[in-house]
Structure formats: C-alpha cells, structure tokens
Design a protein around this ligand. Sequence first.
Ligand code: TLP
Length: 351
Amino acid sequence: MTARPVELRSDTFTRPSPAMRLAMAEAEVGDDVWNEDSTVHRLESLAARLTGKEAALFVTSGTQGNLVGILSHTQRGDEVIVGDQSHVFWSETAGTAVVGGLQLRPLATTTRGLLDPDEVNAAIREDDVHNPRTGCVALENSHQWSGGRAISRSEMESVAEVARDRGIPVHLDGARVFNAAVALGTPLADLVAPVDSVTFCLSKGLGAPIGSLLCGSYAYVERARRWRKLLGGGMRQVGVLAAAGLYALEHNVDRLTEDHEDARLLAEGLAGLPGFRVSPREIETNMVFFEVDPPLVASELVEQLATEGVRVSTTGRRLRALTSLEVSRDDIVRAIDAAARVKGAATPAIA
Ligand code: TLP
C-alpha cells in the first residue's frame, strides 16, 4: 500500500474530521439571506467576541472577506495603502480595482512583514482636488511572504496609530491571525484591538472546509452585508458550514502550537541538509519558506519530493511548506528524510 502523501502545499488542504462532519450534519439551519440561520448567528457572535469587535459576518473565503472588508471602508476612486508583499496586493486578482474602482498603493514591507509608520504617514493623501482620497490601510498578520511572521499588537499599533490620527480606518487580513495570536501568546481580541476590521479564515489551519469571518463595528458589518450580497455571497441554509466553523473555533485553536512546533522541526531538519537554506530561528508560526543552492532547482525539487510522496509548493526560487492538522510529526520526519534523499543533496549533517 502506498503511504498517504505528506501534504505541505498549504494548510488549506485540511479536511473536516469525522467529529466536525457530525457537527455539520446536526446543525440547525435557516435562510441566512433573511438572517434566519441560528447556527450562523452563533458563529458570528463567537467571532465578534473572540476578536473583540461589535459584529461579524460569515463570508465564503479570505479573498471575499478582504474584498468586502476593504469595500466597506472605501468609496470608488479611493486609494488603499497595502504592503508590497501582501496577499491583497499579489493574490486577490485585483478585486479591489475590478469591483471597487480602488487604487492600491503598495509600500515597501519590512522584513517582519509590517509597514513603516512614517511611510504610511507620508503616503496618506492630502485633501487636494488632484489626489485620490486615502480610503484605508490594509495590514496582514500572520504575514505570509515574510515567512509567516506573527506581528505583535504593539507593531500593528505603530501603524494603526498613524492612520487613526489621520482619520483613516485599518483593515487586517488576518487569514491566519489565530496562528499569530497563539504564537505570541496574546488573546486575539488584544492582538486585533488596534485595527477597525479583521478577516480571519476557518478553512486554513483551523480545519473547516470553507468560510471566513469579517469582524468590525455594527454599522460596518451592515455595509459589508450589502457588499457580500452584491458579490453573490448571500448564502441560504449555510448553518451546515457555520457548524464546521464553530467546531473549528472550539476545538482547533489551541492545537495550532503543534503546527508551529512541527514547522520549526521541519526547518531545523532542512537546515541540516547541504544545499538547503532556511533559518529555523525565524519560524514563528506554521510556515517554512526555504531556498536551495545549485545543482538543486526549486521547481525540480517540487517534482522530486512529489515522487517521494511529499508535497510542497514553489514560487520562483522560494519553496513553501505549511504544517497543519493534516500533517503529523511522523510526516515531518518523512519530509526531512525525503529531502535528504533528493538528487543533489548530500547526506544530512545531523541525523
Ligand atoms: N492563501 C493561499 C493562496 O492563495 C496562496 C495559501 O495557500 O496560502 N490572505 C492570506 C494571507 C492568504 O494566505 C490567503 C490564502 C488569503 C488571504 C485568501 O484566502 P482564501 O483562499 O480563503 O480566499
């Protein structure tokens, strides 16, 4: 029998457990476009409480959450300040431009995944007939492209304070903000207190099959409800999915520390292999980004590892491995062993 593949391409590959499926099967449902689904209400209340915001809205995905989230802060023709290494800027198919008529203003991202407060201040537009209005600032935490860094409350506050002083709202792409909160040991509500709105995902490390929550003030969430409808995101008896989200929030948050430990172990194992470049000290959550030296080539390594049953992804020269509840400690050992066997890599320095 062939062994189950080690799935490190993303934490989005997590599959609902039997207990989660049972919770889905037993969920009470209603028509959520009519605001009559009691399970969705429970999920939205829990999300609002956990994030310390007044209200929350169940949306289909992180991408929809960020789009609805930014649209609900802005008007057509506004400019949105984002990081040049952010998911919103790179990987959300320019939805803010296509749907919202918004212009993204990318600023250099620090190595910790943050924006420089002085640069944000300088980028906020003066009130002048020539200028677009600055509609909002968008941050990301954990910050994917900086290696899954967990950005502290004070780091986020340094940017949020500047925006607040100028009357600009801040949205947080918190697709993996639970990973950040767990890694930092900061209660989620404290961590996201500096921002006006936050999207977090249920369908990544938390293990639900679908769904994200957009959280903010009552008035903001009511605006967001209209945008969600416009985008075709009004869902009907969606309590079956909300039940998976409730299960995820109730059972799968604390265990994220295991994923973080696994990521650190994977990084340490890879760092011991000749030709692999990775800094285990920089691993803060569930992401391991690494590079390889010639004769190894990133795209070929992806293929070679796949033949060993180990799935990682790559963009250009960087390779990416994400741990999740889909990956066991044994899988981490299997992945390191497979990497050590790959053509071009010599015997590992450390067994
Ligand atoms: N990221 C996916 C891919 O799109 C790259 C992944 O596998 O990591 N914000 C951040 C920081 C994300 O990493 C993602 C998904 C999203 C938003 C969008 O979430 P979804 O996929 O639910 O639309």
